[in-house]
Write a protein that binds this ligand. Structure first.
Ligand SMILES: C[S@@+](CC[C@H](N)C(=O)[O-])C[C@H]1O[C@@H](n2cnc3c(N)ncnc32)[C@H](O)[C@@H]1O
Length: 525
């Protein structure tokens, strides 16, 4: 169907009839308060805050969300970049910006479940409805099912948006479909959409809006990293909750007292990590503008600190540090600040010039004699710098399955077919990093994915190819830099990794509240 057909409200744009028709707005208000909690991290608070809906045109907050959904779909935009730009363009105040953020991120994240529900309200496949109309429907359904927006407001506003930004005919269609959506509670819809699911995994995939291959990969990652498969629903739910904003106060540069005075709270995972607190904009906290305090997940801080803290097994020099894949520079900034404190020097390498620029910006607050930037392929180090470095961070390019909560659209863009090319590159970078490590040095292999093919399989491959490689007791090192009794995600790696006596660490958002970072520390004998 063409866009013109939609604008004419063409005959194919029919909502299915039937359902339990009487569900008026009173009933929906009630349902809204009891709303499905599951994956969204608690009740939304927009009942009284939803932008006004009397107008016949799109209100700016919903128009913002619609524009971002369109940009994500049409231009492969990243929502976390497109949304702030759209909020500025529409000059949203703080309340409307909050509404637009929740609506945009929620509709993108929950696309799978919303589409399963919408499919039951339309008499043809959703793929045959015009894409802008589908986006409007997703926005409307998300408001009806996941936010405390009264049904009449969600309906009126979404129809106004559709008429204004898509076309009058499509408005009638959207109205009819959303009325059907409003006829059932979220719980009723959930029961309905999993009827006929082949198995529990498919049902989880629909209910938690994760592609089925990701559900399977996460289940496997729980099991191989020493957890129970029964934790899977909790892990998937954690992916759907908005993460708290974590900050790092760069050692020797940030001012913890000023942060505390401004309302930030210390993290209970790792010293030096802070939560922005008070629901405030982290950009306003002292040190953020200067770059001495930076937004950074606590898991990233933990692995960077662990690399810096690991004892060099044979002692010796400790001045030459390398971050092989440094862009955009989060871990490099923390490592460089620690290096500055200890009289070491960090070489931060990145293959993409624009990302290398971000590293330069990110390091601006760290004394300049403590670091420098190189731009180039990390695989050249084996030849160009054999056995040169005392400590190496390899934070490898990866599928990012451990950071899905930050990128609401990411799960729908990734494909299982992406994995083999990534594991090949990871293996090559790890070999190069290992060859650039001096005997007795320490190398960290880090990913922000728990996918076993990108974590344990890559580790095993290195141990197989380089007999001089030894897996260290990564768990103990990570525990030594965390606050006591807070990590607990380590496991002996013996079962998975032949005769190695070392261990690896896998963090998970549902357990540690961090991104699902993986870490393996190696030394070279
Ligand atoms: C996971 S990110 C690193 C994140 C970074 N350590 C931080 O904390 O901000 C991986 C980086 O590796 C870079 N990269 C990809 N292929 C590379 C290669 N062959 N050599 C060096 N860097 C590469 C990517 O451009 C990306 O910036």
């Amino acid at each position: 169907m063409s866009g013109n057909d939609e604008r004419r409200g063409g005959g194919q744009n029919k909502a299915k009839r039937g359902g339990r028709g009487q569900g008026g707005s009173d009933r929906r208000d009630e349902q809204g308060r009891q709303r499905h909690r599951g994956q969204g991290g608690g009740e939304r608070q927009f009942g009284a805050m939803a932008p006004g809906t009397r107008s016949r045109t799109a209100d700016p907050a919903r128009a913002t969300a619609f524009e971002v959904l369109r940009a994500v779909e049409e231009n492969d935009a990243y929502a976390n970049l497109a949304l702030p730009a759209a909020i500025r363009r529409h000059q949203l105040d703080r309340r409307d910006a909050g509404f637009a953020t929740e609506l945009t991120y929620g509709a993108l994240r929950e696309r799978g479940r919303l589409d399963a529900i919408l499919s039951r309200c339309i008499d043809r496949p959703l793929a045959r409805v015009d894409a802008p109309v589908v986006d409007a429907l997703r926005l409307g359904a998300y408001q009806l099912l996941q936010m405390r927006v009264p049904a009449h407001a969600a309906l009126d506003a979404t129809v106004a948006l559709t008429r204004d930004l898509i076309g009058a005919g499509a408005g009638g269609f959207v109205n009819a479909v959303l009325r059907r959506v409003s006829e059932r509670t979220p719980q009723e819809w959930d029961a309905l959409v999993v009827e006929g699911a082949a198995d529990e995994m498919e049902a989880l995939s629909i209910l938690t809006s994760h592609p089925a291959w990701i559900v399977r990969a996460l289940k496997q990652s729980l099991v191989v990293h020493g957890r129970s498969a029964e934790d899977l629903p909790g892990l998937l739910a954690a992916d759907n909750a908005a993460p708290t904003v974590n900050l790092v106060s760069l050692p020797g540069l940030g001012d913890p007292d000023a942060l505390a005075e401004a309302g930030a709270e210390p993290s209970d995972l790792v010293p030096g990590a802070w939560l922005s607190g008070l629901g405030g904009d982290p950009g306003r906290l002292p040190g953020v503008a200067e770059g001495t305090v930076r937004v950074q997940d606590a898991g990233s801080q933990l692995v960077a600190r662990a690399l810096a803290a690991a004892e060099l097994p044979q002692g010796g020099p400790d001045a030459a540090w390398l971050d092989l894949c440094a862009g955009p520079g989060g871990k490099a900034a923390l490592l460089a600040a620690i290096a500055a404190d200890r009289g070491a020097h960090l070489e931060a390498n990145e293959v993409a010039p624009h990302r290398a620029q971000l590293v330069t910006q990110g390091l601006k607050a760290v004394p300049q004699d403590a670091w420098h930037i190189e731009v180039g392929d990390g695989r050249r180090y084996a030849q160009e710098a054999p056995a040169r470095f005392d400590r190496i961070m390899l934070d490898a390019p990866c599928s990012g399955l451990g950071a899905l909560r930050r990128r609401p659209e990411a799960r729908w863009r990734k494909q299982p077919s992406d994995i083999p090319a990534l594991t090949k590159l990871q293996g090559e970078l790890l070999l190069s990093a290992f060859d650039a490590l001096r005997p007795g040095g320490v190398l960290a292999y880090v990913t922000c994915t728990p996918h076993a093919a990108e974590t344990l399989a890559v580790v095993e491959d290195l141990l197989h190819r380089r007999p001089q490689a030894r897996l260290m007791d990564t768990g103990s090192v990570v525990d030594s830099v965390a606050w006591p009794d807070t990590v607990g995600a380590t496991r002996p790696a013996d079962a998975m990794i032949g005769s190695s006596t070392g261990s690896t660490v896998q963090l998970f958002p549902d357990a540690q509240g961090t991104d699902a970072m993986f870490m393996a520390l190696f030394t070279r004998v």
